[in-house]
Design a binder for this molecule. Structure first.
Ligand SMILES: *Cc1c(COP(=O)(O)O)cnc(C)c1O
Length: 767
């Protein structure tokens, strides 16, 4: 975007006059933020409108979550005016950094929602016509604080600062019908700016509203109560994001959300397609849809229904759907694969349920064995099976994950429909995750190899012949980033860290399979080793954790409490003050992640092999030059292929070994043979930590005595984990170690979301 400072400041001034009746001098931060954002929105209108009016083939990315983070800096960067706007504001005594207080748009839980956000940005940057369709939750993922070491949740008021990066599009509102109510769906469109290429795609988020505005006439006639109830139910649909990551909670409100989202999106798309005078049988020539996990899969029967209402036969409608829909699977965990009670679904959405039954009947007509292939069975609707049966393509998100889908989770489907299955390894956008969060490093790289890597990340391999030259700058910048993170943590968590310490980081959702417990136990293991003198010369290390636990996930919350207790013990013990610090940061989110991934020395990716479909946090660290301490799980496998196993720190049972180990596994044996591990585990029950809640005891039981004790092989992998971790801590600081960091950065090309969306465009979307 061309930038004219005088024009820009005049635009900002004009918005301030019109919207807030104030000027630059009297504007508060919030007004200024909105005015700057709106001035930029206005200037990009023409590019956006051109894209919206074009009738090229598009893909709709249907997702219940978009974890966008803070929009302003990313948008200014992509428009190529980040520095210019900063300078313009400075010239009138304002500071662009003041907008760091603006809340993240956290309309997602974790990896799945962040992936959707990265894909939208990358598609726009690669001029691929991908539009997002989702929900405009009033409250995104809860804000997390710790009180006495326990997680507390507060509502996330992400609209507190206003929403200047969205426009409400009343003319595109549609109605969504449930058996018991009709709700108005109003879209809010957010522009998705490509990186310095003038492309603007759209994220369309639907908001639920009552059909009629509040009816004062009938209220006055004392019928008000009924109307008020209707209004309440309607807006409730998009009130709040469900805070569960990788688990299915069979709540009808969640089903309402899902149907509301896909029905509104498909009605909108069908309506506009028809308005072009097109035959709906030709819909697949202009549209395809990517279903981001099972959450939007109810789009399939909804499109079947809509097309038949427009006069197509079931077979014709099915043919259209079979060409339009594609399905991404994100997890093999049974507790995350969506299943709905057939009676509840048919009560809420009878016409949609009819279409699901018709799919089941077609499946039987096709001659598929209903004992092996089923969508509805024993009054349960299996959404993943519906998605696989109808979709043209089914993809996993890393090589190892797709192989597990083929060999195990969906073995029967794969054998019957092998041509549907493809792998598309996840990726991240290098704009947000290096250019924006680590600008000093980006400039150093530019100086050595030029700027082509901004949009072709594989170009980073060109730094390989220049490692020695880059090392001093890399060390200096990493240290500056660590100092900045330490300052931020001191201000927000009240823990002081020294940048001379090794920053060992595990940030991601809290889940048993991700094994924060493994890391936590190792901290105690080292702590007691230092205390009893069996560990000498322990390299000074800061153990940094960040994670939200689903509010109903008891074990996850127990792990948070445990780690906070460990932090209190360690940080208050002067005997280890120069050896270790432990901090669990509050409210880990995209903006925190941006600060953390460029300041880490160790990236902990330690899930039990076979459990983490891909991971994308691992890629963010790699992009910023951090070695992985991890298992051969998810994309870690491919990280090792790209960067060399010798440049990372791999431990633990492989996915093949896990199955065999579990057959005869006895956690007690692991602990009995390892006295310091035993001591660490027993802190859960021996009074080391106050445990009035009984949470720690439950953690102990889940490891040692409960049903399926130590399901995720924490104790089995422990010895190998600390062996490799100790090696890593010893290697740290050497020139050889720093080279490993840079080789990881140089080898990250495959994990650009630009590569991922091009794979989708080529293999699936035909864009
Ligand atoms: C990238 C990201 C994730 C995903 O992290 P994983 O380690 O892949 O689970 C989760 N939350 C936030 C805020 C992120 O930025």
């Amino acid at each position: 975007m061309k930038f004219d400072k005088k024009q820009f400041l005049a635009d900002v001034e004009r918005v301030l006059h019109a919207d807030y009746a104030c000027d630059m001098k009297s504007a508060g931060r919030r007004e200024l933020y909105n005015a700057v954002s709106k001035a930029v929105m206005e200037a990009s209108f023409e590019n956006w409108n051109r894209e919206k009016k074009s009738f090229k083939r598009r893909c709709g990315y249907f997702s219940a979550e978009f974890l966008m983070g803070r929009a302003i800096y990313s948008n200014l960067l992509n428009l190529g005016i980040l520095e210019e706007v900063g300078d313009a504001l400075k010239s009138v005594g304002e500071d662009l950094n003041a907008f760091e207080e603006v809340e993240d748009a956290a309309l997602g839980n974790g990896g799945l929602g962040r992936l959707a956000a990265c894909y939208l940005e990358s598609a726009a940057s690669k001029d691929i016509a991908l539009d997002g369709y989702g929900l405009r939750y009033r409250y995104g993922l809860f804000r997390q604080t710790f009180v006495d070491g326990f997680q507390h949740e507060e509502g996330d008021d992400w609209l507190k600062w206003g929403d200047p990066w969205s426009v409400r599009v009343d003319r595109d509102a549609v109605f969504v019908h449930f058996a018991d109510q009709t709700v108005k769906a109003v879209p809010y469109d957010m522009p998705i700016f490509g990186y310095k290429n003038g492309v603007v795609n759209t994220l369309r988020l639907w908001q639920a509203e009552p059909v009629q505005a509040f009816d004062f006439a009938s209220f006055n006639e004392m019928k008000g109560e009924i109307k008020a109830t209707e209004n309440f139910n309607a807006t409730k649909i998009t009130d709040v994001l469900y805070p569960n990551d990788n688990t299915m909670v069979g709540k009808i409100l969640r089903l309402r959300q899902q149907y509301f989202m896909v029905s509104a999106s498909l009605q909108d798309i069908v309506k506009k397609f028809k308005a072009r005078g097109k035959d709906l049988r030709e819909l697949p020539e202009k549209w395809c849809f990517q279903l981001n996990d099972t959450h939007p899969v109810i789009a399939i029967p909804e499109l079947l229904r809509l097309l038949q209402a427009e006069g197509l036969s079931f077979d014709e409608a099915f043919g259209v759907c079979a060409r339009c829909f594609n399905f991404t699977n994100h997890t093999i965990m049974a507790e995350a694969l969506e299943k709905w009670d057939a009676l509840a679904l048919s009560d809420l959405l009878p016409d949609v349920y009819e279409q699901i039954l018709s799919c089941q009947q077609k499946l039987e007509r096709d001659g598929l064995d209903p004992n092996v292939f089923y969508i509805v069975r024993d009054n349960v609707v299996h959404m993943a099976n519906l998605a696989i049966y109808v979709s043209a393509h089914v993809n996993g998100v890393a090589e190892i994950h797709t192989n597990i889908l083929k060999r195990e989770t969906f073995k029967n489907w794969y054998e019957r429909f092998p041509e549907k299955f493809v792998n598309i390894t996840n990726g991240i956008t290098p704009r947000r995750w290096l250019l924006l969060n680590n600008p000093a490093m980006a400039r150093e790289i530019d100086a050595v190899i030029g700027a082509e890597w901004h949009t072709r990340l594989s170009e980073l391999k060109k730094i390989k012949p220049h490692l020695a030259e880059l090392l001093p700058a890399f060390r200096r910048i990493k240290r500056e980033n660590k100092q900045k993170l330490a300052d931020y943590i001191a201000a927000h968590e009240g823990v002081t860290l020294s940048p001379d310490f090794i920053f060992d980081v595990q940030v991601k959702r809290l889940h048993e399979y991700k094994r924060q417990m493994l890391n936590a136990l190792s901290v105690l293991y080292f702590y007691y080793g230092i205390k009893d003198g069996s560990v000498a010369d322990f390299p000074s290390t800061a153990f940094i954790f960040g994670a939200k636990a689903a509010p109903g996930y008891y074990m996850a919350k127990a792990v948070i409490k445990f780690i906070n207790e460990i932090a209190r013990l360690v940080n208050n013990d002067p005997a280890v003050a120069d050896k270790m610090k432990v901090v669990f940061v509050q409210n880990y989110n995209v903006s925190y992640a941006e600060k953390i991934v460029c300041a880490a020395d160790i990236s902990e990716q330690i899930s039990m092999a076979g459990m983490e479909a891909s991971g994308t946090g691992n890629m963010k660290f790699m992009l910023n030059g951090t070695v992985t301490l991890g298992t051969l799980d998810g994309a870690n496998v491919e990280i090792c292929e790209e960067a060399g196993r010798e440049n990372n720190y791999i431990f633990g049972a492989t996915v093949e070994e896990v199955a065999a180990i579990k057959q005869f596994y006895c956690p007690r044996e692991q602990v009995e043979g390892n006295p310091r591990l035993k001591r660490a585990v027993e802190t859960l029950i021996d009074g080391t930590f106050e445990d009035a809640s009984g949470m720690l005891k439950k953690l102990y039981e889940s490891l040692m005595t409960g049903y399926q004790p130590d399901r995720y092989l924490v104790l089995y992998d422990f010895a190998d984990y600390v062996r490799v971790k100790e090696q890593l801590l010893r290697d740290y600081g050497s020139e050889e170690f720093d080279k490993k960091c840079l080789i990881n950065m140089a080898s990250v090309g495959k994990f650009s979301a630009d590569r991922s969306v091009r794979d989708y465009a080529k293999l699936i979307w035909d864009l």
